[in-house]
Ligand binder design. Structure first.
Ligand SMILES: *Cc1c(COP(=O)(O)O)cnc(C)c1O
Length: 379
């Protein structure tokens, strides 16, 4: 993802004064705790599927209000293993929002299933219940609800519809660690959920990582073996599994960062509130909020007709922005079989969205500076 290369924007002389986010600063706050945790693993001599993973799985399941948590290698693997763990395969259709990160689609394709993209709701930009109901066919097996930008989807009608049609509801919660819908945790709202711990996520580690959370005992059992070469007992293989495990060092780092997640999300909410209050420009549409949800602002995404002009203007003023995402999956080369589809809400959004700097280390003064700069912009 583009933010791996954030140093490109921070080269001396580039003129960037407010970076999109600063991982060194984000993790630097917990430097001592993290180093201590990593050192403990180094000294333990046990690096894969050990006590740290077990403890993290217990703690994260409890945090998500689910019975099971299984650590895996990435958010993509978490999604993919849920699909495989349910036994979905060749030709099975899974409904997915058209404006998600490509990994949601890839997890479906990887298993031979068919991603069926639907337009999101034009206000929330999350998957729309109405469009899901129109996309259901006899081959539909599941709905993937992506809590985009940290805003939980409106899950009650989606789960009701899924129940009527015997479908599984898979949450892609990769942007929603700690988000709540009607007081309930993201990750506990459907049948199974996937999390990513990619460094830039709200709960991010020092490399790749992911997890599946679920109440479904059979699914959890399937994933325990699938992630470990299809094996429950060493050298005895019940299925053709893969190698996708959250290693001890990453689990130890995540245990430290989980303890700070709620306070970090609170900081994000304060920053979002400040943006909402201070940005006043008729050309800018502010992000959707709702009483139903406690969102965690993985991204703060505004919309603007002349988005490219605004991004260029902010860059000239030393403010770094990003676009999540500039090209929808069904317009990517990787998905040329979907090029005939027209999904106007997703396509229009991709040309208008702009993510402003957002992270728990962004200062109030920086937020004010960004808002003032946006308010001075005349399209
Ligand atoms: C980050 C992300 C993923 C993939 O997670 P990785 O750990 O990078 O594989 C999947 N879906 C969404 C919505 C994401 O933002």
């Amino acid at each position: 993802m583009a933010f791996c290369r954030q140093n490109e924007w921070q080269m001396p002389g580039s003129g960037i004064m407010i970076s999109f986010f600063d991982l060194k600063k984000i993790n630097g706050r917990f430097r001592d705790e993290i180093c201590h945790a990593v050192q403990k693993v180094v000294e333990s001599g046990w690096y894969i599927i050990g006590e740290e993973l077990q403890a993290f799985e217990r703690e994260f399941a409890s945090y998500c209000q689910t019975r099971y948590c299984l650590g895996v290698n990435s958010g993509l693997d978490a999604l993919s293993l849920i699909i495989r763990g349910y036994g979905f395969s060749q030709g099975d259709e899974i409904i997915v929002p058209a404006n998600t990160f490509i990994a949601s689609f890839l997890s479906i394709s990887e298993n031979g299933c068919v991603p069926v993209p639907v337009d999101p709701d034009p206000d929330s930009l999350n998957i729309s219940y109405r469009n899901i109901s129109e996309a259901i066919t006899p081959r539909t097996r599941a709905v993937m609800a992506v809590h985009l930008y940290g805003l939980p989807c409106d899950m009650d009608p989606i789960c009701r519809l899924a129940e009527e049609h015997g479908l599984k509801v898979i949450e892609d919660a990769a942007q929603a660690h700690g988000a709540k819908y009607k007081g309930r945790m993201a990750g506990s709202l459907g049948h199974a959920a996937a999390y990513s711990f990619y460094p830039g996520k709200n709960l991010g580690t020092l490399g790749d990582g992911g997890a599946v959370v679920t109440d479904d005992e059979t699914l959890a059992g399937n994933i325990v073996q699938l992630r470990n070469y299809g094996s429950k007992r060493k050298y005895f293989h019940e299925s053709k599994g893969i190698n996708s495990r959250l290693d001890e060092i990453q689990a130890a780092v995540l245990r430290v960062k989980l303890r700070h997640l709620d306070e970090d999300n609170e900081k994000r909410r304060r920053i979002a509130g400040r943006y909402m209050q201070k940005i006043k420009n008729p050309h800018i549409r502010l992000p959707f909020t709702t009483e139903k949800s406690e969102q965690v602002w993985h991204q703060f995404v505004i919309r603007c007709r002349n988005r490219d002009g605004l991004a260029e203007y902010l860059k000239k003023n030393g403010i770094e922005t990003m676009i999540h995402y500039p090209v929808v999956p069904h317009r990517q080369k990787a998905y040329c079989e979907l090029w005939d589809l027209t999904l106007p809400v997703a396509e229009k959004a991709s040309s208008e969205i702009l993510s402003l700097p957002m992270s728990p280390v962004l200062e109030a003064g920086e937020v004010d500076e960004i808002a003032d700069c946006i308010n001075r912009w005349e399209s």
